[in-house]
Ligand binder design. Structure first.
Ligand code: GTR
Length: 396
Protein backbone atom coordinates (compact mmCIF):
# COMPACT_ATOMS: atom_id res chain seq x y z
CA UNK A 1 0.00 0.00 0.00
CA UNK A 2 1.33 3.48 -0.88
CA UNK A 3 2.11 5.72 2.15
CA UNK A 4 -0.78 8.12 1.44
CA UNK A 5 -3.30 5.30 0.97
CA UNK A 6 -2.06 3.76 4.20
CA UNK A 7 -2.55 7.01 6.10
CA UNK A 8 -6.10 7.36 4.80
CA UNK A 9 -6.80 3.73 5.66
CA UNK A 10 -5.49 4.20 9.20
CA UNK A 11 -7.43 7.42 9.64
CA UNK A 12 -10.61 5.43 9.07
CA UNK A 13 -9.63 2.91 11.71
CA UNK A 14 -8.22 5.17 14.38
CA UNK A 15 -10.49 7.19 16.65
CA UNK A 16 -10.13 10.86 15.77
CA UNK A 17 -8.54 13.02 18.44
CA UNK A 18 -10.66 15.78 19.91
CA UNK A 19 -10.09 19.48 20.00
CA UNK A 20 -10.53 20.49 23.63
CA UNK A 21 -13.62 22.67 24.21
CA UNK A 22 -11.37 25.39 25.68
CA UNK A 23 -9.69 25.68 22.29
CA UNK A 24 -12.98 26.58 20.70
CA UNK A 25 -14.17 28.76 23.56
CA UNK A 26 -17.73 27.55 23.21
CA UNK A 27 -20.48 29.31 25.16
CA UNK A 28 -21.54 27.07 28.02
CA UNK A 29 -24.87 25.29 27.66
CA UNK A 30 -25.58 25.50 31.38
CA UNK A 31 -24.55 29.08 32.11
CA UNK A 32 -27.16 31.82 31.72
CA UNK A 33 -26.46 35.18 30.08
CA UNK A 34 -26.19 36.74 33.53
CA UNK A 35 -23.64 34.16 34.58
CA UNK A 36 -25.80 31.85 36.70
CA UNK A 37 -25.14 28.12 36.65
CA UNK A 38 -28.06 25.86 35.73
CA UNK A 39 -28.23 22.88 38.04
CA UNK A 40 -31.76 21.46 37.77
CA UNK A 41 -34.13 20.29 35.01
CA UNK A 42 -36.58 23.04 36.10
CA UNK A 43 -33.97 25.78 35.74
CA UNK A 44 -33.17 24.43 32.27
CA UNK A 45 -36.79 24.05 31.16
CA UNK A 46 -38.11 27.33 32.53
CA UNK A 47 -35.02 29.54 32.35
CA UNK A 48 -32.00 28.63 30.30
CA UNK A 49 -33.78 26.67 27.54
CA UNK A 50 -36.15 29.56 26.65
CA UNK A 51 -33.17 31.93 26.80
CA UNK A 52 -31.13 29.85 24.34
CA UNK A 53 -34.16 29.37 22.07
CA UNK A 54 -34.66 33.14 21.97
CA UNK A 55 -31.00 33.69 21.07
CA UNK A 56 -31.34 31.33 18.12
CA UNK A 57 -34.56 33.06 17.05
CA UNK A 58 -33.08 36.52 17.29
CA UNK A 59 -29.66 35.91 15.80
CA UNK A 60 -29.86 32.85 13.57
CA UNK A 61 -33.13 31.39 12.25
CA UNK A 62 -35.55 34.26 12.88
CA UNK A 63 -38.94 34.44 14.47
CA UNK A 64 -42.04 32.88 12.90
CA UNK A 65 -44.96 35.32 13.11
CA UNK A 66 -47.51 32.54 13.57
CA UNK A 67 -47.77 29.07 15.11
CA UNK A 68 -50.76 26.92 14.20
CA UNK A 69 -53.00 29.30 12.25
CA UNK A 70 -56.71 29.25 13.08
CA UNK A 71 -57.32 28.70 9.37
CA UNK A 72 -55.50 25.33 9.39
CA UNK A 73 -57.56 22.56 7.78
CA UNK A 74 -56.80 18.94 6.86
CA UNK A 75 -58.26 17.53 3.69
CA UNK A 76 -57.83 13.76 3.36
CA UNK A 77 -57.67 13.67 -0.41
CA UNK A 78 -57.21 9.95 -0.78
CA UNK A 79 -56.97 6.82 1.37
CA UNK A 80 -55.83 3.52 -0.14
CA UNK A 81 -55.75 0.60 2.25
CA UNK A 82 -54.00 -1.86 0.00
CA UNK A 83 -50.72 -0.17 -0.83
CA UNK A 84 -47.25 -1.79 -0.93
CA UNK A 85 -48.75 -5.25 -1.57
CA UNK A 86 -51.09 -4.80 1.36
CA UNK A 87 -48.36 -3.75 3.81
CA UNK A 88 -49.48 -0.14 4.10
CA UNK A 89 -52.35 2.28 3.96
CA UNK A 90 -51.52 5.38 1.98
CA UNK A 91 -53.10 8.65 2.93
CA UNK A 92 -52.66 11.80 0.89
CA UNK A 93 -53.44 14.81 3.04
CA UNK A 94 -53.60 18.42 1.99
CA UNK A 95 -52.89 20.77 4.87
CA UNK A 96 -54.48 24.10 3.98
CA UNK A 97 -53.79 27.43 5.65
CA UNK A 98 -54.46 31.08 4.95
CA UNK A 99 -53.21 34.46 6.11
CA UNK A 100 -53.59 38.11 5.15
CA UNK A 101 -51.35 37.58 2.09
CA UNK A 102 -53.11 34.55 0.64
CA UNK A 103 -53.34 30.80 1.10
CA UNK A 104 -51.08 27.79 0.91
CA UNK A 105 -51.13 23.98 1.00
CA UNK A 106 -48.71 21.33 2.22
CA UNK A 107 -49.12 18.02 0.37
CA UNK A 108 -48.39 15.39 2.98
CA UNK A 109 -47.88 11.75 2.00
CA UNK A 110 -48.30 9.18 4.76
CA UNK A 111 -47.82 5.40 4.67
CA UNK A 112 -49.14 3.62 7.75
CA UNK A 113 -48.18 -0.04 8.23
CA UNK A 114 -51.29 -2.25 8.19
CA UNK A 115 -50.11 -5.24 10.20
CA UNK A 116 -49.04 -3.30 13.26
CA UNK A 117 -50.77 -2.37 16.50
CA UNK A 118 -52.17 1.18 16.29
CA UNK A 119 -51.26 3.93 16.94
CA UNK A 120 -47.94 3.63 15.09
CA UNK A 121 -44.81 5.77 15.69
CA UNK A 122 -42.82 7.01 12.72
CA UNK A 123 -40.71 9.43 10.77
CA UNK A 124 -41.52 12.54 8.75
CA UNK A 125 -38.95 13.60 6.16
CA UNK A 126 -38.64 17.24 5.14
CA UNK A 127 -37.74 16.63 1.49
CA UNK A 128 -35.41 19.16 -0.09
CA UNK A 129 -34.54 17.12 -3.16
CA UNK A 130 -36.56 16.50 -6.32
CA UNK A 131 -40.12 15.33 -5.76
CA UNK A 132 -39.33 12.04 -7.52
CA UNK A 133 -37.51 11.04 -4.30
CA UNK A 134 -40.82 10.99 -2.45
CA UNK A 135 -43.04 9.58 -5.18
CA UNK A 136 -46.41 8.81 -3.53
CA UNK A 137 -47.15 6.29 -6.32
CA UNK A 138 -43.88 4.42 -5.62
CA UNK A 139 -43.07 4.20 -9.32
CA UNK A 140 -39.74 5.80 -8.47
CA UNK A 141 -38.01 4.27 -5.47
CA UNK A 142 -35.18 6.23 -3.83
CA UNK A 143 -32.89 5.53 -0.88
CA UNK A 144 -33.47 9.13 0.14
CA UNK A 145 -36.90 8.09 1.43
CA UNK A 146 -37.10 4.28 1.57
CA UNK A 147 -40.77 4.19 2.52
CA UNK A 148 -41.10 0.42 1.94
CA UNK A 149 -38.30 -0.36 4.41
CA UNK A 150 -39.68 2.08 6.95
CA UNK A 151 -43.10 0.43 6.75
CA UNK A 152 -41.55 -3.04 6.89
CA UNK A 153 -39.88 -2.10 10.14
CA UNK A 154 -43.22 -1.10 11.59
CA UNK A 155 -43.01 2.67 11.31
CA UNK A 156 -45.12 5.35 9.68
CA UNK A 157 -43.32 6.89 6.70
CA UNK A 158 -44.46 10.47 6.09
CA UNK A 159 -43.05 13.27 3.98
CA UNK A 160 -43.69 16.61 2.31
CA UNK A 161 -41.69 18.82 0.00
CA UNK A 162 -40.10 21.95 1.43
CA UNK A 163 -41.13 24.05 -1.58
CA UNK A 164 -44.78 23.69 -0.48
CA UNK A 165 -43.81 26.15 2.25
CA UNK A 166 -41.32 28.35 0.47
CA UNK A 167 -39.38 27.96 -2.77
CA UNK A 168 -35.63 27.76 -2.15
CA UNK A 169 -34.73 31.08 -3.76
CA UNK A 170 -34.12 34.60 -2.57
CA UNK A 171 -37.07 36.65 -3.75
CA UNK A 172 -37.13 39.17 -0.89
CA UNK A 173 -39.56 36.97 1.09
CA UNK A 174 -42.49 37.66 -1.20
CA UNK A 175 -43.62 34.14 -2.04
CA UNK A 176 -44.40 31.12 0.15
CA UNK A 177 -45.47 31.41 3.76
CA UNK A 178 -43.55 34.67 4.17
CA UNK A 179 -45.85 36.30 1.65
CA UNK A 180 -48.88 34.75 3.32
CA UNK A 181 -48.16 35.60 6.95
CA UNK A 182 -45.71 38.54 7.07
CA UNK A 183 -47.10 41.98 7.86
CA UNK A 184 -46.98 44.30 4.90
CA UNK A 185 -47.46 47.55 6.83
CA UNK A 186 -44.10 47.47 8.65
CA UNK A 187 -40.56 46.94 7.50
CA UNK A 188 -39.21 43.42 7.73
CA UNK A 189 -37.33 43.13 11.03
CA UNK A 190 -33.77 41.78 11.26
CA UNK A 191 -35.04 38.83 13.29
CA UNK A 192 -37.87 37.92 10.89
CA UNK A 193 -37.99 34.24 9.90
CA UNK A 194 -35.92 32.99 7.03
CA UNK A 195 -36.61 30.10 4.69
CA UNK A 196 -35.21 27.39 7.01
CA UNK A 197 -37.65 28.57 9.71
CA UNK A 198 -40.47 28.52 7.15
CA UNK A 199 -39.74 24.91 6.24
CA UNK A 200 -39.54 24.00 9.95
CA UNK A 201 -42.93 25.64 10.45
CA UNK A 202 -44.26 23.26 7.80
CA UNK A 203 -43.03 20.19 9.70
CA UNK A 204 -44.94 21.47 12.73
CA UNK A 205 -48.11 21.65 10.66
CA UNK A 206 -47.50 18.02 9.67
CA UNK A 207 -47.31 17.29 13.41
CA UNK A 208 -50.66 19.06 13.81
CA UNK A 209 -52.02 16.49 11.40
CA UNK A 210 -50.36 13.52 13.14
CA UNK A 211 -52.03 14.58 16.39
CA UNK A 212 -55.39 14.34 14.66
CA UNK A 213 -54.89 10.85 13.19
CA UNK A 214 -55.75 8.00 15.62
CA UNK A 215 -53.58 5.55 13.62
CA UNK A 216 -50.43 7.61 14.29
CA UNK A 217 -48.61 7.78 17.62
CA UNK A 218 -47.81 11.49 17.61
CA UNK A 219 -45.94 11.12 20.91
CA UNK A 220 -43.31 9.06 19.07
CA UNK A 221 -42.69 10.91 15.83
CA UNK A 222 -39.25 11.78 14.47
CA UNK A 223 -38.54 14.75 12.20
CA UNK A 224 -35.80 14.00 9.66
CA UNK A 225 -33.91 16.17 7.22
CA UNK A 226 -30.81 16.03 5.05
CA UNK A 227 -28.39 18.91 4.60
CA UNK A 228 -30.48 22.11 4.37
CA UNK A 229 -33.33 19.83 5.42
CA UNK A 230 -31.19 18.70 8.38
CA UNK A 231 -30.72 22.29 9.52
CA UNK A 232 -34.49 22.56 9.22
CA UNK A 233 -35.15 19.40 11.24
CA UNK A 234 -32.96 20.69 14.07
CA UNK A 235 -34.66 24.08 14.12
CA UNK A 236 -38.06 22.40 14.00
CA UNK A 237 -37.13 20.17 16.94
CA UNK A 238 -35.96 23.20 18.91
CA UNK A 239 -39.17 25.12 18.25
CA UNK A 240 -41.58 22.21 18.51
CA UNK A 241 -41.19 19.95 21.52
CA UNK A 242 -43.89 17.60 20.27
CA UNK A 243 -41.24 15.80 18.20
CA UNK A 244 -39.82 13.01 20.35
CA UNK A 245 -36.82 12.42 18.07
CA UNK A 246 -34.96 14.91 15.88
CA UNK A 247 -32.67 13.67 13.12
CA UNK A 248 -30.04 15.73 11.35
CA UNK A 249 -28.39 14.06 8.35
CA UNK A 250 -25.25 15.84 7.07
CA UNK A 251 -26.65 19.23 8.12
CA UNK A 252 -23.27 20.97 8.42
CA UNK A 253 -23.00 24.73 8.75
CA UNK A 254 -25.77 26.23 10.90
CA UNK A 255 -27.05 22.71 11.35
CA UNK A 256 -25.15 20.38 13.65
CA UNK A 257 -21.62 21.67 12.95
CA UNK A 258 -19.95 24.02 15.42
CA UNK A 259 -19.52 27.48 13.87
CA UNK A 260 -16.42 28.21 15.94
CA UNK A 261 -14.54 25.35 14.26
CA UNK A 262 -14.51 27.48 11.09
CA UNK A 263 -14.05 24.33 9.08
CA UNK A 264 -15.81 23.53 5.82
CA UNK A 265 -18.67 25.90 5.03
CA UNK A 266 -18.56 29.04 7.16
CA UNK A 267 -21.15 31.60 8.25
CA UNK A 268 -20.08 34.26 5.70
CA UNK A 269 -20.19 31.75 2.88
CA UNK A 270 -23.61 30.35 3.73
CA UNK A 271 -25.08 33.85 4.16
CA UNK A 272 -23.68 34.86 0.78
CA UNK A 273 -24.77 31.71 -1.04
CA UNK A 274 -28.16 31.46 0.63
CA UNK A 275 -29.12 34.94 1.87
CA UNK A 276 -32.71 33.82 2.43
CA UNK A 277 -32.08 30.86 4.77
CA UNK A 278 -31.51 32.72 8.03
CA UNK A 279 -32.54 36.02 9.58
CA UNK A 280 -30.74 39.24 8.69
CA UNK A 281 -29.12 39.47 12.14
CA UNK A 282 -27.11 36.35 11.34
CA UNK A 283 -25.14 38.30 8.74
CA UNK A 284 -23.50 40.29 11.55
CA UNK A 285 -21.49 37.17 12.28
CA UNK A 286 -19.90 36.80 8.86
CA UNK A 287 -16.22 36.09 9.67
CA UNK A 288 -17.07 36.73 13.33
CA UNK A 289 -18.16 33.30 14.52
CA UNK A 290 -16.50 33.86 17.91
CA UNK A 291 -18.94 36.67 18.63
CA UNK A 292 -22.05 34.54 18.20
CA UNK A 293 -23.99 34.33 21.49
CA UNK A 294 -24.67 30.67 20.68
CA UNK A 295 -23.03 27.76 18.93
CA UNK A 296 -24.63 24.72 17.41
CA UNK A 297 -24.07 22.40 20.41
CA UNK A 298 -26.66 24.63 22.12
CA UNK A 299 -29.14 23.92 19.32
CA UNK A 300 -28.72 20.19 19.92
CA UNK A 301 -29.05 20.78 23.67
CA UNK A 302 -32.47 22.35 23.03
CA UNK A 303 -33.75 18.83 22.27
CA UNK A 304 -33.00 17.68 25.84
CA UNK A 305 -34.41 15.54 27.33
CA UNK A 306 -35.80 14.24 24.02
CA UNK A 307 -33.89 12.04 21.57
CA UNK A 308 -31.65 13.55 18.93
CA UNK A 309 -29.47 11.94 16.27
CA UNK A 310 -26.76 13.50 14.15
CA UNK A 311 -25.15 11.77 11.18
CA UNK A 312 -22.16 12.78 9.08
CA UNK A 313 -20.50 11.33 5.98
CA UNK A 314 -16.77 10.69 5.85
CA UNK A 315 -16.26 12.47 2.50
CA UNK A 316 -18.40 15.46 3.45
CA UNK A 317 -15.72 17.90 4.65
CA UNK A 318 -17.98 20.81 3.63
CA UNK A 319 -20.32 19.82 6.50
CA UNK A 320 -17.39 19.32 8.93
CA UNK A 321 -18.09 15.85 10.40
CA UNK A 322 -15.84 16.46 13.42
CA UNK A 323 -17.66 19.74 14.13
CA UNK A 324 -20.97 17.86 14.01
CA UNK A 325 -19.66 15.20 16.35
CA UNK A 326 -18.25 17.75 18.80
CA UNK A 327 -21.54 19.60 18.92
CA UNK A 328 -23.12 16.34 20.13
CA UNK A 329 -20.40 15.89 22.73
CA UNK A 330 -20.88 19.40 24.09
CA UNK A 331 -24.68 19.22 24.13
CA UNK A 332 -24.53 16.45 26.74
CA UNK A 333 -24.67 18.63 29.90
CA UNK A 334 -28.35 19.43 29.23
CA UNK A 335 -29.12 15.69 29.22
CA UNK A 336 -27.04 15.04 32.31
CA UNK A 337 -29.29 17.44 34.24
CA UNK A 338 -32.04 14.87 33.75
CA UNK A 339 -29.77 12.01 34.78
CA UNK A 340 -29.63 10.91 31.12
CA UNK A 341 -26.59 10.04 29.09
CA UNK A 342 -25.98 12.33 26.10
CA UNK A 343 -23.62 10.81 23.55
CA UNK A 344 -21.70 8.79 26.11
CA UNK A 345 -18.28 9.26 24.52
CA UNK A 346 -15.94 12.02 23.44
CA UNK A 347 -14.03 9.89 20.95
CA UNK A 348 -15.18 10.16 17.37
CA UNK A 349 -16.06 6.70 16.04
CA UNK A 350 -14.66 5.27 12.80
CA UNK A 351 -17.05 5.14 9.82
CA UNK A 352 -20.08 2.89 10.03
CA UNK A 353 -19.90 2.37 13.79
CA UNK A 354 -23.02 4.10 15.14
CA UNK A 355 -23.11 5.34 18.73
CA UNK A 356 -26.62 4.77 20.02
CA UNK A 357 -26.58 4.01 23.74
CA UNK A 358 -27.36 7.50 25.04
CA UNK A 359 -30.06 10.03 24.23
CA UNK A 360 -27.86 11.60 21.54
CA UNK A 361 -27.08 9.26 18.65
CA UNK A 362 -24.30 9.73 16.12
CA UNK A 363 -22.76 7.97 13.16
CA UNK A 364 -20.22 8.73 10.51
CA UNK A 365 -21.24 6.94 7.32
CA UNK A 366 -18.51 6.05 4.89
CA UNK A 367 -19.06 7.98 1.69
CA UNK A 368 -20.43 11.17 0.27
CA UNK A 369 -22.93 13.83 1.25
CA UNK A 370 -26.28 12.03 0.93
CA UNK A 371 -29.17 10.45 2.82
CA UNK A 372 -29.07 6.72 2.23
CA UNK A 373 -30.75 3.50 3.32
CA UNK A 374 -27.80 2.92 5.66
CA UNK A 375 -28.59 6.19 7.45
CA UNK A 376 -32.29 5.32 7.67
CA UNK A 377 -31.53 1.90 9.11
CA UNK A 378 -29.40 3.52 11.81
CA UNK A 379 -32.24 5.93 12.65
CA UNK A 380 -34.69 3.06 12.92
CA UNK A 381 -32.27 1.02 15.07
CA UNK A 382 -32.01 4.02 17.40
CA UNK A 383 -35.80 4.38 17.54
CA UNK A 384 -36.22 0.62 18.15
CA UNK A 385 -33.79 0.82 21.02
CA UNK A 386 -35.21 3.88 22.72
CA UNK A 387 -38.87 3.28 21.99
CA UNK A 388 -38.61 -0.37 23.02
CA UNK A 389 -39.81 -1.70 19.68
CA UNK A 390 -38.75 -4.90 18.02
CA UNK A 391 -39.41 -6.70 14.80
CA UNK A 392 -42.61 -8.30 16.16
CA UNK A 393 -44.13 -4.79 16.33
CA UNK A 394 -43.62 -4.56 12.61
CA UNK A 395 -45.94 -7.46 11.95
CA UNK A 396 -43.20 -9.38 10.06
C1 GTR B 1 -24.86 23.34 0.01
C2 GTR B 1 -24.83 24.22 1.22
C3 GTR B 1 -24.94 23.40 2.46
C4 GTR B 1 -25.98 22.31 2.38
C5 GTR B 1 -26.17 21.74 1.00
C6 GTR B 1 -27.47 20.95 0.76
O1 GTR B 1 -24.72 24.03 -1.17
O2 GTR B 1 -23.63 24.93 1.19
O3 GTR B 1 -25.11 24.24 3.58
O4 GTR B 1 -27.17 22.70 2.91
O5 GTR B 1 -26.11 22.69 0.02
O6 GTR B 1 -28.53 21.33 1.27
O7 GTR B 1 -27.40 19.97 0.04
Amino acid sequence: MKPLALTVFLAFLAPVALAAPEDLNLPEVLKTLDGKRVTSPEAWRDGRRPEVLELFREFVYGRAPVGRPSSLRFEIRDTLEDFMSGDATRKLIDIHFAGAGGRGTIHLTVFIPNKVKKPVPGFVLICNRGRENIDPERKTISGFWPAEQIVRRGYVAATFHNSDLDPDEHDGFKNGVHGIFDRKDTERSPDAWGTIAAWAWGASRAMDYFESDPDIDSSKMAVVGHSRGGKTALWCGAEDERFALVISNDSGCTGAALARRKSGERVARINKGFPHWFCDNYKQFNDREDELPVDQHMLIALMAPRLVYVASASEDAWADPLGEFLACVHAAPAYELYGLEGLGTAIMPPPDRPIQAGHIGYHLRKGKHNLTEYDWNCYMDFADKHWGRNISDSGQ
